[in-house]
Ligand binder design. Structure first.
Ligand SMILES: [Zn+2]
Length: 477
């Protein structure tokens, strides 16, 4: 609320008709600036600086187009006025602005020693002239600025409301074009915007809701390269990742003329998320993937499985081995019982609603990608209620069928298998991991070439692309 010490005037209760007309006239000029901002797609805020009877500075909000977080209407108007006067002090000036100024702009007005600030609409979230803060209300500050509120308030408020209403409608219309698959009541969907402009991720998914096991859920599937390619790389992520895990490999394989298919499992990435964690089971995920392989008629498939995505992919390969040529499995744990650290990691992800997925994944990958990659990992979980799959995952892991030892042994025999440990070794040591695989598939002891030990972090773009190119040679038909 307004501090008692603020020299403030509520416009509605002001009595001086002449002054009212003056304020209204200059606020119209500020509104004109605000409308021009709206036309540029900026939040419509406009300001003018008035000295005597003349406007000496104009500004309209422009942080987006100017790529400048300080490009608020008031700052720009103050700048123009100071240029006009040849003096940064604007002592006898009045600043009119359509919206209550923020802390930055209020501070700038104090620096400029503006005599009076007149605003239209209150800004209950960030207003610093009485609503949230009252920057002008401190008697300790030498310079006192008079505040006049509520000038053409209805018009200023309506301009903002119209702008945001129109923008919501435009966003909805755009989402409808991009997302024709209706969202089920039992599911949630991430907004397309959460995934727009991610670093290293130019691929648009194809949307599928036609697989019977999906029961109307929409699934994101990146499908790049020719359908009749000699090799198809089927890339399956584990929890809590999504197709982004394969960002560096996709380009290398499409450049080699091969097909790359990267689905986001239901509940992950850009695919719809069932609201209830009970919807998730290992059998269901494997069924969805098997139906996808059939629907896309994938042949000569090399399964690229990361984490538990490897296990789900192996379950599919066991059902239709004629479609699969081999597998490259990264950070896959082959036994029912997991090492404590790995189990605890997934239990934390399941239990803690604010668990920072991006930070946790980056810690495993070695923090190579910075904030942009963290954003990509967190994009699926930006909204509350979107973590049912994480909650379900420890149970899903316990349900995973045993690895198909026979098939894996055959692939190893024909040099169609790569096994690669987690790069960091933070959750599972390389030794633990290798002995677990030897326990699951004893025949692997005879095949030194399957072990891809001591590989550099898969998150390093050049290293990942190098490995992807070696994989092209190794897995060639
Ligand atoms: Zn501001």
């Amino acid at each position: 609320m307004v501090s008692e010490k603020t020299p403030a005037t509520d416009f509605a209760s002001a009595r001086n008709d002449g002054l009212l007309r003056v304020h209204a006239r200059f606020m119209q000029e500020a509104l004109q600036q605000a409308r021009e901002a709206a036309e540029q797609g900026e939040v419509p805020v406009g300001a003018v600086v008035v000295l005597g009877d003349a406007v000496i500075g104009r500004g309209r909000n422009g942080p987006v187009a100017r790529r400048d977080p300080t490009a608020h209407a008031e700052v720009l108007a103050l700048r123009e006025a100071a240029q006009h006067l040849g003096n940064y002090r604007l002592e006898d000036c009045t600043l009119y602005v359509t919206l209550e100024p923020c802390a930055m702009c209020s501070g700038a007005m104090l620096h400029a020693r503006v005599k009076r600030v007149v605003y239209g609409a209150a800004e209950p979230k960030t207003g610093a002239a009485g609503s949230v803060l009252d920057v002008f209300g401190y008697p300790q500050i030498n310079h006192q600025t008079e505040v006049v509120r509520g000038v053409l308030e209805a018009e200023c408020t309506a301009l903002m409301a119209d702008f945001f209403r129109q923008r919501r409608q435009e966003n909805k219309a755009r989402d409808r074009v991009l997302e024709p698959h209706p969202l089920k009541d039992t599911a949630l969907r991430s907004s397309a915007r959460a995934f727009a402009g991610l670093q290293h991720w130019p691929w648009q998914p194809q949307w599928r809701s036609d697989l019977p096991a999906l029961a109307g859920l929409r699934m994101a599937v990146v499908d790049e390269g020719p359908q009749d390619a000699a090799t198809t790389w089927l890339c399956l992520h584990g929890g809590p990742a999504w197709g982004y895990a394969f960002r560096h490999e996709i380009a290398a394989w499409t450049a080699a003329g091969q097909r790359v298919v990267v689905p986001d499992l239901p509940g992950f990435g850009r695919s719809d998320r069932p609201k209830k964690d009970k919807a998730h089971s290992a059998a269901w995920h494997a069924e969805v993937l098997a139906e996808l392989v059939q629907a896309l008629d994938l042949r000569e498939v090399v399964l690229v499985g990361q984490g538990d995505g490897a296990r789900l992919g192996l379950a599919v390969a066991e059902r239709m081995p004629q479609r699969f040529r081999g597998a490259w499995l990264v950070d896959a744990w082959p036994l029912a019982a997991q090492p404590d650290k790995r189990r605890q990691w997934f239990e934390q992800a399941a239990r803690k609603p604010s668990w920072n997925v991006g930070e946790a994944l980056q810690a495993l990958e070695g923090k190579t990608g910075g904030a942009a990659e963290q954003q990509a990992w967190n994009a699926p979980f930006a909204e509350p209620g979107h973590r049912a799959a994480l909650k379900a995952w420890p149970r899903v892991q316990a349900e995973l069928p045993a690895v198909p030892a026979q098939l894996l042994a055959q692939w190893a025999e024909r040099q169609r298998l790569w096994l690669q440990p987690d790069a960091s070794g933070k959750l599972v040591t390389q030794k633990e991991w290798q002995s677990a695989w030897l326990q699951a598939v004893p025949q692997l002891a005879r095949h030194a070439r399957v072990w891809r030990l001591n590989q550099s972090a898969t998150a390093v773009p050049a290293a990942a692309q190098d490995m992807a190119r070696s994989a092209v040679e190794y897995f060639a038909a």
